[in-house]
Structure formats: structure tokens, C-alpha cells
Design a binder for this molecule. Structure first.
Ligand SMILES: Nc1nc2c(ncn2[C@@H]2O[C@H](COP(=O)(O)OP(=O)(O)OP(=O)(O)O)[C@@H](O)[C@H]2O)c(=O)[nH]1
Length: 555
């Protein structure tokens, strides 16, 4: 076990101990209360307090290793619920329910807590996917004949490892995050090697893209049968291959990461979920009270919200409806986390503004899998709305929105952020000579190169036809200039081909510091001005707004 896992194990054990202590003292005082009620009268509020305790235990005990306690609490909870919901509550009906048998079973809960604590085996910690490998973009190129292709991929920003045979690849270079590129002759052997390593290292198989000359149905079918996930025919269209590899990387990364806002008034349970999800590679923000919910949504911008339904005095159902007041959050997936078992009740809760229901208790593994799938689906959906179809980058309105958010962050935190405006040079001539479809490939190649070279925290958008906007948070002008100069060099090295022959394209870039401007729009105009200065100076390079002119005093 790594030191991180040991630390996490200790924290989960400490949480379990806290849960057991708190529950023991709450159960004991509840048992005393119920004994008093049996002698006197039972009030609605007292019964409601008992219900809340049982409801909490039904939802959380399983997570802390007390599944029997959770089941029994759920059965007792179900006995009280109809009376609490009925319009004619009466003390005598309550006394009929809270009878000697009920009391006996309530006392057993405390016993189950003690027994469970002694006997429950420690729950295994779900393994964290190694994020450094998930993010890795190394391409394994297998087959000496593909050496030229490997160096062409290098120009597109991919690290590659070239080998003649699988036996020449050190095992530590293989992981499930790899893309393997090989020719159809080697596919059978490469696929067997890939499968053997995936079984031995207990990871998913790496994705194999195949280079071949036959493109007919039976050739394709055979490659798919052998385990290939894509075919590129000779001569290989390198920008298209680079784009496919980049897309695979993105999909892998998106499948393992996610931003989750978790709202539940049970602090130990929320902390447990946070530890488990964070350890699985997700970014988690927790709240035990909903007061600051709207601010947290705006600042954290989660992929999904996981929310308890019962958080006295708040109701998750009302909160879900309240979140939808803001058009910005109309499509934000809200998932109820609740121990409510009744499907009818679940559906009527869902009808009022949420999207899914996760029933507590839930095992750590199932929680991770469910949350991962929900985050992935949420990102795919929001991408459809926010991304440009040709390049997959943010579209015009969403890159402007991202700029607005970053401007607000800069104003609050004062860090340096750079805005870049990029425009392909003489692109009309590219379209006129090689055709619009080839022009599209040039646009996609620049998008892929930007995605490869920039950080996950940067924002990339296609602003117009052959114009891009990039936002680099927490970056200074000299760094940004050096990085974009390198991008210009790499882009001009890419070779494109069409029936008219091979050709190269260059890009001009204008930079501005977002901090210099009181409005985000002004920074965009400044970057645009710097871009046109670059065009005047001969294109294929970078100009900075600061070096052209100082900002006016009032900006
Ligand atoms: N293939 C393709 N071309 C596009 C797309 N959107 C815009 N364009 C073309 O991009 C070209 C832009 O040309 P201009 O604005 O004249 O600029 P330019 O030829 O790049 O010259 P400079 O910017 O001065 O270097 C036009 O021919 C547009 O039709 C697109 O989605 N795909």
C-alpha cells in the first residue's frame, strides 16, 4: 500500500470511529427519550426526531461498515413514516407503533453498532487510477516501417516510443492510457501482447490504431476482430491520425475525472464520500449546509451536484427547484443521494427538478463508478452545447463566457492571465488552392496542436472561421510569448497534403494581459490589435499588446 493509501485508510478509520461514537451517544439518548414517551405522551416533533435519526442511520451505516444496523434502522424508519405523513397524527396511534417490540429493536441497534465495530472487516480502499498515466499522451509506435510516421507525430506534439517489436518495449512504457499505432502485419502479435499486459497489470487494454493498405469490408472486419479501434490507410493522413489520438486521450481523461459538488448534512458521511471520490481522481467540494450554494456553484462550476434530500430544515427537492431559477444551471445534473427506497417517491422527487437518484447506502466502488459515469455523461452533454463541431474547442459564445469568468477571478485574486488571439495566415489561398475540406483539416490540426501544447487549466476556443482564442490563467507574458513562439514553429513544420501537392501553413498570434483591462472585452480587442500588428510585420509569429502601446489611463 502506498503512503497516500495508508493515510487515506487512517482517515477513513477515524471517520468510522467518529460515526460510531456519535451514533452510540445519539442512540442512547434516543432510547432514554422513548422510554419517557412511553410513560407520558408522544409528540409529533419527538417522533420526527426519532425518524431523522433512523433515516440518517439507514443511509450512512452501510458506508461505515455497519450494514445490519442500516437495514434494521431502515425497517424501523418505515414503520414510523406513514404516521408522520398522515394528516391526523395521534399520540395513541404513535404509542401503538412505538410498542415494546419496537423498543427492543431500537435497543438492538446499539448492540449492532458494538458488534459491527468489532467484527466488520476493514473495507478495501478502491484503487485510485494513476492520473499521471491517464494523462500521459505517449504513443507506442510498433513496427520499424512506421519510423517516419512516428517523427511526424512528434511534430504534432506527441511523445512517442518507437520499437520494431513488442519485446523491445520496456514493460513500464505500457499502460492503459497509451495509444498504440501499429501496422496490420503486426496487429495479431501486438493485440496479444496488449491483452496479456492488461490482464497481468489489471488495467484496461490500451487502444490500438492500425495502419494498413486494405480498406474493404473484410479487411476492416478482421482488424476489428483482432482488437484494432481504428484504421488509417496508406499514405497516412497524419493530421487526421493526430486528431484521433488526441480525441482518445481526451476521452480517457474525461472518463476518469470530474468535478462534484456534494451537499449533505451528515458530515462524516460527506467526508467519507469526499475522501473516496478524491482518491479516485475526482475534484470534490463538500457543503453541509446549503446557504452558500449559489456562490459555490458559480465559483466551483461542478459537472454534477450530489445532494441529500432530507437536510432539515432544508429539502433537497426545494433546493433543486431553486437552483433551476438561474438559466445558467438549467442543464446542471442534480443527483439525489437518499436512503428513500420507495420508487414512487423517488420518481416524484425526480419530477421536481433533479436528474438521477442514488440510493444510500452505496458501496465505495459503486459510488465511484456511478459518479464517474454521471460526470462523463454531463461533460459530453455540455460539450455538445458549448463546443465547436469541427475542432471540439469551445465555441464563440463559450470562450467569451470563459473569458468573463477568468476576468472575474483575476479581479478577485490578482494573478496574471494572458489572452491570445490566433489567426491562420493567408488561409483564403489555402482554401482556394487545396479546397475547403483540406482547409478544415488545417484548422483541426492547429486545434490539436494547441490541445497538446497547452495545460488542462487553459481555455481554448474557436472564435471564428480560422480565428482562435486562448486563455492562459496564472501565466506571465514572457512565458506565454515563448510558448506561442514554439507553437508557431511547430505549426509551420507540419506538412499538409492535397491532390495539389504538399504545403505548409503559418499562424499569427496576438497577446494581451487580461489584468490590464477593466473589461474582458477590452483585453480581447487588445489581443486582436496585437494580432493585426503581427500580420503587418510579416505574419508567422507573436506580438504583444504591451509592446505596441501602453493601456490608456482609464483602463
Ligand atoms: N476551410 C475553411 N475555411 C474557412 C472556415 N471559416 C473561414 N474560412 C475561410 O478562411 C478565409 C479567411 O480569409 P481572410 O480573412 O481573407 O484572411 P487570410 O486569407 O487568412 O489572410 P490573412 O489573415 O491576412 O493572413 C476565408 O477564405 C474563409 O472562407 C472554415 O470553417 N473552414
Amino acid at each position: 500500500m502506498t503512503s497516500d493509501l495508508i493515510a487515506m485508510d487512517h482517515r477513513l478509520t477515524a471517520l468510522k470511529a467518529r460515526f460510531a461514537d456519535r451514533t452510540a451517544s445519539q442512540l442512547n439518548s434516543m432510547i432514554e427519550n422513548v422510554e419517557t414517551w412511553q410513560r407520558g405522551g408522544i409528540h409529533h416533533d419527538s417522533l420526527e426526531a426519532l425518524y431523522q435519526l433512523l433515516h440518517r442511520l439507514a443511509g450512512s451505516s452501510g458506508t461505515f461498515g455497519f450494514p445490519r444496523l442500516g437495514r434494521q434502522a431502515s425497517q424501523l424508519e418505515q414503520r414510523i413514516k406513514p404516521l408522520l405523513e398522515s394528516p391526523d397524527f395521534s399520540a395513541s396511534r404513535a404509542r401503538d407503533i412505538i410498542d415494546a417490540r419496537f423498543m427492543e429493536r431500537l435497543c438492538q441497534l446499539a448492540q449492532l453498532l458494538e458488534d459491527g465495530e468489532q467484527n466488520a472487516p476493514p473495507s478495501p480502499i478502491p484503487q485510485q487510477p494513476n492520473l499521471s498515466t491517464v494523462r500521459a499522451t505517449e504513443v507506442l509506435v510498433l513496427g520499424e516501417e512506421l519510423a517516419g510516421l512516428a517523427s511526424a507525430l512528434d511534430h504534432h506534439g506527441f511523445r512517442f516510443h518507437l520499437a520494431a517489436m513488442t519485446t523491445d518495449i520496456p514493460e513500464h512504457h505500457w499502460h492503459e492510457g497509451n495509444t498504440i499505432v501499429t501496422s496490420s502485419h503486426h496487429l495479431k502479435q501486438v493485440a496479444a501482447w496488449n491483452k496479456a499486459l492488461s490482464l497481468r497489470l489489471q488495467q484496461k487494454e490500451a487502444t490500438i490504431l492500425c495502419i494498413g493498405s486494405d480498406d474493404d469490408f473484410s479487411a476492416r472486419y478482421r482488424l476489428a476482430e483482432l482488437g484494432a479501434s481504428g484504421l488509417f490507410t496508406l499514405p497516412v493522413d497524419v493530421p487526421r491520425l493526430a486528431e484521433r489520438i488526441e480525441q482518445l486521450n481526451r476521452e480517457r481523461q474525461e472518463a476518469s475525472t470530474g468535478k462534484v459538488l456534494l451537499l449533505d448534512d451528515d458530515e462524516e458521511l460527506t467526508e467519507h464520500y469526499r475522501l473516496v471520490l478524491t482518491n479516485a481522481g475526482m475534484s470534490v467540494r463538500i457543503m453541509s449546509r446549503p446557504d452558500g450554494l449559489l456562490n459555490t456553484l458559480a465559483e466551483f462550476r461542478p459537472d454534477i451536484v450530489l445532494m441529500d434530500i432530507h437536510m432539515p430544515p432544508f429539502s433537497g427537492i426545494t433546493l433543486a427547484r431553486m437552483i433551476r431559477f438561474e438559466p445558467e444551471w438549467l442543464s446542471l445534473p442534480i443527483i439525489y443521494l437518499s436512503s428513500e427506497q420507495d420508487r414512487d417517491e423517488q420518481l416524484s422527487a425526480l419530477a421536481q427538478g433533479a436528474d438521477e437518484f442514488i440510493t444510500k447506502p452505496i458501496s465505495d466502488r459503486l459510488l465511484i463508478r456511478t459518479v464517474r459515469i454521471l460526470c462523463y455523461r454531463a461533460r459530453q452533454l455540455s460539450k455538445l452545447v458549448s463546443c465547436d463541431g469541427l475542432t471540439g474547442l469551445l465555441n464563440h459564445s463559450h470562450i467569451k463566457q470563459a473569458l468573463g469568468h477568468e476576468h472575474a477571478r483575476v479581479q478577485r485574486q490578482g494573478h496574471d492571465t494572458i489572452v491570445a488571439m490566433l489567426d491562420l495566415d493567408h488561409f483564403k489561398a489555402v482554401n482556394d488552392t487545396h479546397g475547403h475540406a483540406i482547409g478544415d483539416q488545417v484548422i483541426k490540426a492547429l486545434a490539436t496542436l494547441l490541445q497538446k501544447r497547452l495545460r488542462d487549466t487553459d481555455h481554448l476556443g474557436r472564435y471564428g472561421g480560422e480565428e482562435f482564442v486562448v486563455i492562459l490563467p496564472e501565466c506571465e507574458l514572457p512565458q506565454a510569448t515563448a510558448m506561442f513562439e514554439e507553437i508557431c514553429r511547430h505549426f509551420s513544420d507540419l506538412t499538409f497534403s492535397s491532390p495539389e501537392g504538399q504545403f505548409h501553413v503559418t499562424v499569427s498570434i496576438g497577446l494581451a494581459r487580461l489584468n490590464q483591462f477593466s473589461l474582458a472585452e477590452q483585453a480581447l480587442n487588445a489581443a486582436d490589435e496585437a494580432l493585426y500588428e503581427r500580420k503587418r510585420q510579416g505574419r508567422n509569429g507573436v506580438s504583444c499588446y504591451a509592446s505596441i502601446t501602453s493601456p490608456p489611463d482609464d483602463e
